[in-house]
Design a protein around this ligand. Structure first.
Ligand code: NDP
Length: 252
């Protein structure tokens, strides 16, 4: 069993979906949890769930696209939790199904701003904290299988999730001297608030399910074990990687 006791794990977008699945699993492994999200009610509900399972958890309202907000919330988080050991840049936004020929720059920037700029700001703030502590740690960018397959109709999403792989590889090289590991997690189709409309579309659900060898979408809790693994300080030689958890979708 991986033991994260005494470790502090930050999950942006941890108040629901994949983020809460990862936070729940890390809490079960003993970690103290810090959640960032924009919606205070969702934050409170997630903290209640984690505390109900016996975890020590706190949440902070933070928009990861706001540079000052990220810096201030990192300072507040460390003041409350005492330290940082692993950070999951999981907060994300998807497209609105606008065809490529019609999508405008504002809509493109909305998605890229959250997925790419928000991850940059989160991982930079986390890296600064880990370097200051001087004891290493783990950074994880939550990408997507859209970084592998063509995300037609969701180009800004696929592009931003692909860009995260470049960021992860660069940081893995640059931060290794600080014993900081940097990896990407690429979930496949997972039923969450974000993907709910796709799941509700019978044709889309049938096509994506038939192309997934395990023949179903994932539950958000199924991203938990991978998160625990990536946060585990004993995997000291595993960095710069892209961990795909997709029921076989990308190899089918
Ligand atoms: P959810 O909609 O359930 O979660 C998205 C989370 O991101 C929410 O907690 C939301 O909280 C938070 N968030 C969004 N924008 C911001 C922001 N600007 N600042 C801070 N928090 C923000 O979706 P998922 O769980 O599906 O998505 C989690 C990650 O997994 C995303 O990066 C997504 O791209 C990725 N992913 C999802 C897949 C799927 O099939 N579901 C597949 C592959 C990857 P709040 O609203 O309170 O801000």
């Amino acid at each position: 069993m991986t033991d994260l006791a005494g470790r502090v794990v930050l999950v942006t977008g941890g108040n629901g979906g994949i983020g809460l699945g990862m936070a729940t699993a890390c809490a079960s492994a003993g970690a103290r949890i810090v959640i960032w999200g924009r919606d205070a009610d969702k934050n409170d509900a997630a903290v209640d769930k984690l505390r109900a399972q016996g975890a020590i958890a706190d949440a902070f309202v933070c928009d990861v696209t706001d540079p000052d907000g990220v810096a201030q919330t990192m300072a507040k988080s460390v003041a409350v939790a005492g330290r940082l050991d692993a950070a999951f840049a999981n907060a994300g936004a998807t497209g609105r199904g606008i065809p490529f020929l019609d999508v405008d720059l504002a809509e493109w920037r909305r998605v890229v701003n959250t997925n790419l700029d928000g991850t940059f700001l989160t991982l930079q703030a986390a890296a600064r904290q880990l370097v200051e502590q001087g004891e290493g740690g783990a950074l994880v960018a939550v990408s997507s299988t859209s970084a592998i397959h063509g995300a037609a109709g969701n180009e800004a999403y696929g592009t931003s999730k692909t860009a995260l792989l470049g960021l992860v590889r660069a940081l893995a090289v640059g931060l290794a001297r600080h014993q900081i590991r940097v990896n990407a997690l690429l979930p496949g189709w997972t039923l969450t608030e974000m993907s709910g409309p796709g799941y509700a579309n019978e044709r889309f659900r049938a096509v994506t399910t038939s192309r997934t060898p395990v023949r179903r979408w994932a539950d958000a809790s199924e991203m938990g074990p991978a998160a625990v693994y990536l946060a585990d300080p004993t995997i000291s030689f595993h960095t710069g990687d892209t961990l795909v958890v997709d029921g076989g979708y990308t190899v089918f």
